[in-house]
Design a protein around this ligand. Structure first.
Ligand SMILES: Cc1cc2nc3c(=O)[nH]c(=O)nc-3n(C[C@H](O)[C@H](O)[C@H](O)COP(=O)(O)OP(=O)(O)OC[C@H]3O[C@@H](n4cnc5c(N)ncnc54)[C@H](O)[C@@H]3O)c2cc1C
Length: 589
């Protein structure tokens, strides 16, 4: 039966048409390799398009700046969980990466002299924390939109092939563990194919949809992580989820940190600029975890705003209509649409909202997926690469700095592409497909075809999202997390018995949502199990029971294995590539 699946062959299969996937694809196509990009949506609708605030690089166009200041900020932002070799790799390459985008035609805003415009952003400082610095290169408040369209156009020029509205369902590993392709479904027809490759890159983006309140697109269901977990690959640091301080209250839609970069301030119900108390130096521009926790405390202690005192206010009217219209036009639109407020006149109601996944598929800074093999804790899985939000390199550690993600996409997308070119060129013909290729995927599909009297996918998904939201939010306790594990495991059993009523093949979104739920549940389980085990507070993981960071016992990466939900740990990389180790210190802003 499985042999009947049609097979298509490529040099490289890239799953994901966001910034990371497109940057890698460009590298491969330009090297003349037969490359296909799969995407659930038209590539330029990937979540990267929603990025607002900017991409970081120490260009120093506004004030003096250096890559090693950027490196220091990123290490500190990560709460010393980031790998310093990968962080050096990324921050050193940032200026070239941004200039390269500019040369591709990305229409950056300009400063007076004609150079690329840069704005301040949370956690980005000069002279190792002394003052905020302008490091975020921006295209108004639509930076991701400009970047994604630029990369897409370059790929069209380089003749990358696109399989648009295709969903990868599972990873193919042969008996030696080598990755040789994916099983994928063409959504228009419902037909399932084997995409046979010499190397595969996952660039499937985030999984913010495990939370009930999220800034992420509906498609961000962690498919890459689900597929990797089902193929026996561990997931790294899944306890660390970033809450963005300024999601529109009630709607979840993002208001970029760039608003605070341009001078916006947060106020509680007393009209107090409370960040002055929590972060005296950089105030509203402290790191996201710091600001989100401060807001949660204000709300918790009764200084929230609104009927239910459940949010705070972001004031921008003092910037003046002209600046708001020029630098933050998209934000004004979002505020009017989703909060019914024109920020030129009134403050925007905001609340911390799930935004970004620091963890993911473990990789090194070449984009190779790594896992333990014998004595080697980080042996590359041959043929398998990951980049972008689905990957954990780990440059963001326990907390990501704003604008470091767009940078991560292009730096590691390119690095992975380069490494894949070498790897593919060393391969002869395609490795043989396993005899049972696709069998497990087809079993999942046939279960869905035949299931009667199961629960609705949306019902189970809502319960999953509510469970993660209330058990793995901004503040956590041992009891809350333990309880969350029991609840999510019970929900997992329901996931395996969902039912879809529409069994048609053509454009069946019900089937796709059921398959996405298989991935959401893997990510949700990994999150709760990893978080319950970490007995400290670090970056975005804030435990009421263990309020301090514990470097002696916990400066290590978590690895979650899906099959039996067991955890292993590996050390943080403390050797940068060329500079000295940045030693742990208290994180104050
Ligand atoms: C609202 C918002 C604003 C942000 N602003 C900024 C910012 O200003 N600066 C910054 O640095 N970061 C920002 N971020 C974070 C950053 O935008 C994301 O981390 C980044 O864009 C993710 O890019 P990616 O290429 O990894 O994935 P995405 O852009 O999310 O793309 C994922 C791709 O994978 C495809 N895919 C997924 N699953 C499958 C599957 N099973 N089969 C086939 N295809 C699949 C999708 O179709 C899509 O093409 C923001 C994030 C959000 C949500």
């Amino acid at each position: 039966m499985p042999k009947s699946l049609p097979v298509r062959r490529f040099d490289a299969v890239i799953v994901g048409g966001g910034g990371a996937g497109l940057r890698a694809a460009l590298q491969l196509s330009k090297a003349g390799l037969n490359t296909v990009v799969l995407s659930k949506v038209f590539p330029t609708r990937s979540h990267t398009v929603a990025a607002q605030g900017g991409i970081s690089a120490s260009l120093g166009n506004v004030q003096e700046d250096h890559w090693n200041w950027h490196m220091y900020d990123t290490v500190k932002g990560s709460d010393w969980l980031g790998d310093q070799d990968a962080i050096e790799f990324m921050t050193r390459r940032a200026p070239d990466a941004v200039v390269e985008l500019e040369h591709m035609g990305m229409p950056f805003d300009r400063v007076e002299s004609g150079k690329i415009y840069q704005r301040p952003f949370g956690g980005h400082t000069a002279e190792f924390g002394k003052r905020a610095v302008e490091r975020a290169c921006a295209v108004a408040d639509r930076t991701g939109h400009a970047m994604l369209h630029t990369l897409y156009q370059q790929n069209v020029h380089a003749e990358t092939q696109f399989f648009v509205e295709w969903a990868a369902l599972d990873l193919i590993r042969d008996s030696e563990g080598v990755v040789i392709g994916v099983i994928a479904m063409e959504m228009e027809t419902g037909d399932v194919f084997v995409l046979h490759a010499k190397a595969v890159l996952f660039a499937t983006g985030g999984a913010g949809r495990i939370y009930a309140s999220s800034t992420n697109a509906y498609m961000n269901t962690g498919d890459g992580l689900g597929m990797a977990a089902r193929a026996g690959i561990p997931l790294e640091d899944m306890e660390f989820w970033q809450f963005h301080p300024t999601g529109v209250a009630g709607a979840g839609v993002l208001i970029t940190e760039g608003v605070r970069g341009e001078g916006g301030i947060l106020l509680n119900s007393d009209g107090e600029r409370f960040m002055e108390r929590y972060a005296p130096t950089v105030k509203d521009l402290a790191c996201r975890d710091v600001v989100s926790r401060a807001m949660s405390i204000e709300i918790h202690e009764g200084r929230g705003v609104g009927k239910n005192k459940d949010h705070v206010l972001l004031k921008v009217d003092h910037l003046g209509a002209e600046k708001i219209m020029e630098k933050l036009p998209g934000i004004r639109e979002i505020s009017i649409q989703f909060a019914g407020v024109d920020p030129i006149k009134d403050p925007i109601p905001v609340v911390p909202t799930c935004h970004y996944m620091m963890g993911g598929i473990p990789t090194n800074y070449h984009g190779q997926v790594v896992m333990a093999k014998g004595d080697d804790l980080e042996a590359p899985v041959p043929g398998f690469y990951a980049a972008g939000e689905c990957a954990c390199a780990s440059v963001h550690g326990a907390n990501r700095l704003g604008t470091n993600s767009l940078l991560d996409l292009v730096v590691f997308g390119k690095a992975a592409g380069d490494h894949m070119i070498d790897y593919i060129k060393k391969q002869g013909t395609h490795r043989e497909l396993p005899a049972d290729v696709g069998e497990k995927t087809l079993a999942r599909l046939s279960r869905l075809e035949n299931q009667t009297n199961g629960e609705e996918v949306s019902e189970v998904r809502n319960d999953l999202q509510r469970c993660v939201q209330s058990h793995a939010g901004v503040f956590r306790t041992d009891a809350l997390l333990q309880d969350g594990i029991e609840k999510i495991n019970a929900i997992a059993e329901r996931v395996a018995k969902t039912q879809i009523h529409d069994k048609s093949k053509v454009w069946n979104t019900a089937r796709l949502e059921a398959l996405e739920l298989d991935n959401l549940i893997e990510v949700a389980k990994a999150t709760l199990v990893s978080a319950a085990a970490r007995k400290e507070s670090r970056g975005a993981h804030a435990s009421d029971d263990h309020p301090n960071r514990d470097d002696e016992n916990w400066m290590k990466h978590t690895l979650y294995y899906a099959e039996d939900q067991h955890l292993e740990y590996k050390p943080v990389h403390t050797k940068p590539l060329s500079v000295e180790y940045i030693k742990p210190a208290e994180r104050v802003y």
